[in-house]
Write a protein that binds this ligand. Structure first.
Ligand code: AVJ
Length: 349
């Protein structure tokens, strides 16, 4: 299969770089794929550089998801300690008919952070979307998943979009306005601090009602506050998969920045910070060392950390309040019997 490859451009906003479709299997429905460049490459490098040089070094969690990182995250989802994935799957399975009654059929299903697209695929038979629009930063990973899925569901028009939506949600015109359902599963909204989560939800709300489109809504999952031991275990598993996922970020930086991080000199930290109601992931220097990369260098003392992820945990009330503040109405909430995780549907108009 051949694709036109769109690289980063130096235009200011999200630019429609490349639309492409599979040429194999003429006569069969072809998945479209659009790659959007949200940031100058140089700007991204500046951001990484600034993060590494900050008093408290930090790197955005989006850098966890190179091709290997996306696979390691899939492995995390299989871990006994990592309850969110299976709990969400149970909730979605149990309430799929309720969801389809609220949403109706024929929607434009926009899947934010689609990854392997498995969660949305399980809803297809219930929702019968007219268009499926998986969006993910991990472009090659997504492209493969969409191709596979299009063969499986030839009746659904599929438009894969490779983009970083953390700074804006400018979708290309190929994405229908009619009856949009934004599906934001996995509790990924937790990567935003609550103030930023509100801004992001407002952007989704705007994207639902644009062009006077009717019937817009959101189907979103949130991880709930629970006892600390369960949270700690979920982000520091016995097998060390989360540790590998976190450490792989350094490997990604080595490639992006021509850095010389020695992965054996760093260790994973993952724990619940109750005051901030968030999981924090850090990479901690095991020994004093100097790291060099193209454009900078830094000395790290033993025990010094790079903050790589925050994953905010909400209460049911706290999160529905946020949705209401963003303009959403008619909330329906489903949880598991332990109330560890929640899935929420709300209408935009
Ligand atoms: C994909 C952001 C929802 O916060 O639980 C899993 C990422 N990090 N284990 C989460 C993650 C470590 C995950 N989200």
């Amino acid at each position: 299969m051949q694709y036109a490859r769109g690289g980063a451009t130096d235009r200011e906003h999200l630019v429609h770089d490349a639309v492409s479709a599979s040429r194999e299997n003429e006569g069969q429905r072809l998945a479209q794929f659009v790659q959007l460049s949200g940031q100058h490459e140089a700007q991204a490098l500046d951001e990484l550089n600034a993060g590494l040089m900050a008093d408290q070094a930090c790197i955005s969690p989006k850098y966890l998801y190179d091709a290997l990182g996306s696979k390691l995250f899939e492995a995390i989802c299989e871990l006994p300690e990592y309850y969110p994935t299976r709990t969400e799957a149970l909730i979605l399975e149990q309430h799929a008919s309720d969801i389809s009654r609220l949403v109706g059929t024929g929607c434009t299903l926009i899947d934010l952070g689609a990854g392997n697209c498995a969660k949305a695929a399980r809803l297809f038979s219930f929702l019968q979307p007219a268009q499926y629009v998986p969006v993910d930063i991990s472009v090659d990973f997504l492209r493969e998943a969409v191709e596979r899925l299009q063969h499986q569901f030839p009746q659904i028009a599929m438009t894969g979009i490779g983009m970083d939506f953390s700074n804006g949600l400018a979708l290309p015109p190929l994405v229908h306005h009619h009856h949009r359902l934004f599906f934001y599963p996995g509790s990924s909204i937790g990567n935003f601090a609550p103030e930023q989560a509100l801004v992001f939800l407002q952007r989704i709300h705007t994207a639902c009602v644009q062009e006077e489109a009717a019937n817009g809504g959101i189907l979103i999952s949130v991880d709930l506050v629970k006892d600390t031991a369960a949270l700690d275990a979920a982000y520091d598993d016995a097998l060390g998969v989360t540790a590998s996922f976190n450490l792989n970020l350094l490997q990604h930086l080595n490639r992006l920045l021509a850095a010389d991080f020695d992965l054996r000199l760093w260790r994973h930290r993952g724990f619940f910070n109750a005051e901030q109601s968030r999981i924090e992931m850090h990479l901690e220097a095991c020994v004093s060392q100097t790291v060099r990369w193209s454009g900078g260098e830094r000395h790290f003392a033993a025990g010094e950390r790079i903050h790589t992820e925050s994953s905010y945990k909400y209460t049911r009330q706290g999160f529905t309040r946020l949705l209401a503040q963003a303009g959403f109405k008619d909330m329906t909430v489903w949880t598991d019997p332990q109330q560890w995780f929640m899935v929420c549907h709300a209408h935009a108009g």
